[in-house]
Design a protein around this ligand. Structure first.
Ligand SMILES: Nc1nc2c(ncn2[C@@H]2O[C@H](COP(=O)(O)OP(=O)(O)OP(=O)(O)O)[C@@H](O)[C@H]2O)c(=O)[nH]1
Length: 578
């Protein structure tokens, strides 16, 4: 799997691609040129082989034509010899003449002379003497003139001449009329020539020819029937595309194989045209065998060259790709910010050197811009931090101001509302009560009127300080509005304790010496939380009512709401009230 991945990755690399391209191109070029050369070689070879076959066929055809013409002339001249034409065909000289011919030319199987009625008068070996040839084609044809009969199996002589060979005895007939000076036909001179003479003539004409190794020479009759060789005899010549002007061609024979074949007519110019043809054929695969041998060698050489090309291509690709790979690694180093990038050294190609130079410049410019950006970023972060802190401070101040009374620095009414709500909810959860004191300056209007508002303000500030100092740190003091203050006493166990605290406050105020105005007094309304309260405002309402009661009772006193229920009016004043 890992190997597979490595192979894929190396194919995907520039080096791999270049190697593949070079090697592929080499293989393709060699393949194309190999195929082209092979085609030309096959065509040339076929042409040369075909020409050799044609030359052999022509030579054989010419030799056969010459032989046939000589035999025809020989028989004709003999039939015109004086001892034949003088009138006495029974003359013993006639027989001697026949015997001499046969002795000199072994191809003659039989020579004989008939009278005008076809009865054999003389014959070599005395064969068939006295028998009638009246119905034999050669006799009938020769009455009209010199004649050559096509090859045929021996009929009358078959038994008389059959030798050791099993091959059927076959003859070609030659015959010529014997005509005296008066133009009278005296008889016929006939000769049976062994078919073997014909085939030997053909074979002898082409024997020893280099181009004919593995080739077969055939004699074909007028009707296309194969006459020779014996193992093909009886078969039919396949159709040639053209028998004229085309010395050779590739023909599919009845055995299903392709043969390079040459088909030549035997132009004997004899009085009887036998219409024979000579065909020489050679299996195509044997004809082109040398080319295929060369093709195999070319393929092996091509493959070896392709391997060599691939190696050279790999080396070339490595030379080209190495600086690019190093450059890619350097770019990766820049990307990952892993130290100083290692740029390719040495003497790379001009274009690659330019690329390296450009990437170096780009990297420097990029890193410079990045540093610039980083410093801008960090100063921006510092500014944002600073602003955030200022904002936080401003928010805190705003928060404080929103919850603080500007004059006395005590919690304001809004803050008071929050705290009494919290105290109310906590009391509900814990079941522990808290107490609310509502405190109002007595006759404050007079102070303002007599000493002016600034003095009134100073009184309010002093009172605030006094109130804060008079309660526990866990208690809560707020300016409720105007000259009215509210105090929340947490975890109060009973009304009595709360009343004592309120009384202590009241007496502290009454005993204090305020600047300019001297003594002042306050009235205090007190209400304790109750489990029956539905909201904190019910407690405020009871404390207000108690304050009203304290004012009404003469001021400078503490009045407590004894009943939390709405509509209840029972109030208790503190026992220390003046
Ligand atoms: N200087 C000053 N005066 C304030 C401030 N807030 C309210 N006052 C004054 O407090 C006075 C309250 O007057 P009143 O409501 O008549 O009450 P009082 O004069 O204290 O009379 P009783 O409460 O009935 O004893 C008014 O004159 C307001 O102007 C403040 O912040 N500063």
């Amino acid at each position: 799997m890992r190997l597979h991945a490595q192979t894929l990755s190396s194919i995907g690399s520039l080096r791999g691609r270049l190697t593949l391209w070079f090697a592929g191109l080499a293989v393709l070029t060699l393949l194309c040129s190999g195929i082209y050369v092979a085609r030309i070689a096959i065509a040339t070879m076929t042409e040369a082989e075909g020409a050799a076959l044609h030359a052999s066929a022509t030579t054989a055809a010419n030799a056969l034509a010459t032989g046939l013409r000589e035999r025809e002339d020989e028989i004709y001249l003999l039939s015109q010899a004086p001892h034949f034409t003088k009138g006495n065909l029974r003359d013993i000289e006639v027989l001697h003449s026949l015997e001499r011919r046969r002795y000199v030319h072994e191809e003659y199987a039989w020579l004989g002379v008939t009278n005008a009625n076809g009865v054999v008068l003389h014959a070599t070996g005395g064969l068939l003497v006295g028998q009638s040839m009246e119905t034999r084609p050669w006799f009938k044809a020769a009455l009209k003139g010199p004649y050559i009969g096509d090859v045929h199996d021996a009929v009358l002589l078959a038994k008389l001449l059959q030798g050791a060979s099993d091959d059927p005895l076959r003859f070609v007939d030659f015959a010529s009329p014997i005509i005296n000076r008066a133009g009278q036909t005296l008889g016929v001179l006939g000769a049976h020539v062994h078919w073997r003479w014909v085939t030997d003539t053909v074979d002898a004409a082409v024997s020893g020819r280099d181009g004919l190794r593995s080739a077969t020479i055939l004699i074909v009759g007028r009707n296309g029937a194969i006459l020779y060789p014996q193992h093909l005899a009886g078969g039919t010549l396949p159709s040639f595309a053209s028998t004229v002007g085309k010395p050779h061609e590739i023909v599919r024979w009845p055995d299903g194989k392709d043969y390079l074949s040459s088909n030549v007519a035997v132009n004997a110019n004899t009085r009887t045209d036998l219409g024979w043809r000579l065909v020489v054929r050679k299996p195509l695969e044997l004809a082109t065998q040398p080319v295929r041998d060369i093709q195999l060698k070319l393929t092996i050489i091509g493959l070896m060259t392709a391997v060599l090309f691939s190696f050279v291509a790999y080396r070339l690709a490595t030379t080209v790709s190495r600086p690019i790979e190093q450059l890619a690694a350097a770019a990766r180093q820049v990307e990952l910010r892993s130290g100083t990038p290692d740029y390719p050294t040495g003497r790379p190609m001009r274009e690659i050197a330019q690329l390296i130079h450009s990437i170096q410049s780009m990297t420097q410019s990029l890193l410079g811009k990045e540093h610039e950006l980083e410093s801008i970023n960090s100063s921006l972060e510092a500014t944002v931090d600073e602003r955030t802190q200022a904002l936080t401070r401003a928010n805190a101040e705003l928060e404080r101001l929103a919850a603080q009374d500007g004059l006395t620095r005590l919690a304001n009414r809004r803050k008071f509302d929050e705290r009494i709500t919290e105290a109310f909810l906590a009391s509900r959860r814990s079941g522990r009560n808290f107490t609310l004191l509502v405190l109002d300056l007595d006759h404050f209007k007079n102070i303002n009127d007599t000493h002016g508002h600034p003095v009134g303000d100073a009184v309010l500030r002093t009172l605030a300080t006094l109130l804060t100092a008079s309660v526990r740190i866990t208690d809560f003091v707020a300016r409720y509005g105007g000259e009215e203050f509210a105090i929340l006493l947490t975890d109060t166990d009973g009304l009595q304790v709360s009343l004592s605290v309120a009384e202590k406050i009241r007496s502290s105020v009454a005993a204090a010496d305020f600047p300019v105005v001297g003594n002042i007094t306050v009235s205090i309304g007190l209400a304790a939380s109750s489990a029956t309260d539905e909201d904190p405002w019910q407690i405020v309402s009871r404390a207000d009512a108690a304050l009203y009661h304290a004012k009404a009772a003469g001021r400078n006193r503490v009045s407590a709401s004894g009943d939390a229920r709405p509509g209840a009016s029972a109030h208790r004043e503190s026992p220390d009230a003046p």
